[in-house]
Design a protein around this ligand. Structure first.
Ligand code: AMP
Length: 398
């Protein structure tokens, strides 16, 4: 079975064609600048270091998906002979609200429900939907499944997901914590249990997904019991350009006293804060680490704040789960930055967490990085959200 996994953003589209016999991505690609001049596609085929690039104006996602399908079947650079080889399509959808705690097969009702959830994720769900609708038009007979970023977090207890606002805000406006990156937290927690040779049912795991967006989850017996992102992906950790937790009164102060518009505040908190806002220089952790090594004071502060916030969440989840067996680091920063993993875990030996600096000197591959005398196991585990989407798609269509 071959599954095409599609992750549509507002002007970009990532895809992978996965062979489910081997669970290997036969092709991976990215289309950028959809609907903007200078659109382009870049595709890599498994086992080849060459990248195939096409520059072609793409007015919308339908044209982008057409180009993806054409490229996959391309005589020279493609990987399949005909589209009939694609057995199903799995789509990533950011917000499934309270309706979806599992992946589902796409039908008209699912599409309507995703549309309804768009008010909770106005930047993401509409883009995801455009991709689903375009595929429905172009591949009429190919079954499709959607996998929600929020689904894994639906097991959180009420006490963890409710905000201390008037209850009507939840009843009337669905305002509560949802959590995101669920597919990634689910994947690495299960990989962690496998690596430990244990059943996930007997483990308490804290997973740190540290990419440009970042979140921490507390997973007890394989179920998410808390997570750091909230109503939107803005809550929680300090991220590339997002501020994470702040006193909500800052928002009313900016709007009421400083007369900023809601859009301006939104822009500051989502696009001009985090690493970029604190350092004043870059949203990329590699730049911040370079600057910190050169003694740049604001970069030093950025990293200190970043580690401190992650540590605070880990401590909080150890308290609420009454212990932890393993901590997992994943995503761009979690997988690549030994400095971050060490910075977060250092000075936690009283909680039984000790990282071995030699073992930690690694990137991008599943490794246990805790010291032999660390009570809590610490792991680097590369995430693979596309594989979870492909597996769910395959499973649902069986
Ligand atoms: P993601 O959103 O998971 O793609 O992660 C993006 C983040 O990962 C960016 O902040 C990058 O700086 C960071 N990242 C990617 N590669 C490396 C690396 N080799 N060393 C440190 N950070 C990295």
């Amino acid at each position: 079975m071959k599954i095409l996994v599609i992750n549509c953003g507002s002007s970009s589209l990532k895809y992978q064609l996965i062979d489910m016999k081997t669970e290997i991505a036969m092709a991976k690609g990215l289309v950028e600048r959809i609907g903007i001049s200078g659109s382009n596609l870049e595709q890599k085929i498994e086992g080849s270091s060459e990248k195939y690039k096409v520059e072609k104006d793409l007015k919308d996602h339908k044209e982008a998906i057409s180009l993806v399908l054409e490229t996959l079947c391309n005589d020279k650079f493609g990987i399949i002979k005909s589209l009939d080889e694609i057995n199903a399509i799995g789509h990533r959808v950011v917000h499934g609200g309270e309706k979806y705690s599992k992946s589902v097969i796409v039908d008209d009702e699912v599409i309507k429900n995703i549309e309804e959830c768009s008010k909770l994720a106005p930047l993401h769900n509409p883009a995801n939907l455009v991709g689903i609708k375009a595929c429905r038009e172009l591949m009429k007979n190919t079954p499709m499944v959607v996998v929600f970023d929020t689904a894994f977090h639906q097991t959180m207890p009420e006490k963890a997901y409710m905000y201390g606002l008037p209850y009507e805000m939840y009843e009337k406006h669905s305002i509560r914590k949802y959590g995101f990156h669920g597919t990634s937290h689910f994947y690495v927690a299960n990989e962690c249990a496998k690596a430990m040779g244990k059943n996930i049912e007997e483990l308490k795991i804290i997973t740190c997904h540290l990419g440009n967006g970042a979140s921490v989850s507390a997973i007890n017996k394989g179920k998410c019991v808390d997570t750091s992102m909230g109503f939107t992906p803005l809550q929680g950790l300090i991220m590339g350009t997002r501020c994470g937790d702040i006193d909500p009164a800052v928002v009313t102060y900016l709007v009421g006293d400083l007369k900023m518009s809601p859009d301006e505040v939104n822009d500051i908190m989502n696009k001009k804060s985090g690493f970029l806002g604190i350092s004043g220089k870059s949203s990329d952790s590699r730049d911040i680490e370079d600057l910190e090594e050169k003694g740049d004071k604001r970069a030093v502060l950025t990293l200190e704040m970043y580690y401190y916030r992650i540590k605070s969440y880990i401590g909080s989840y150890i308290a609420t789960m009454n212990g932890v067996d393993a901590i997992v680091f994943t995503a761009g920063i979690g997988e690549n930055s030994s400095k971050t993993r060490f910075g977060v875990c250092k000075d936690m030996e009283n909680l039984g967490i000790i990282v071995d600096e030699n073992k930690n000197n690694v990137r991008g591959k599943l490794t246990e990085i805790s010291a032999d005398n660390s009570k809590v196991k610490v792991y680097l585990i590369p995430t693979n959200e596309e594989l979870v989407i492909a597996r769910d798609t395959c499973e649902l269509l069986k």
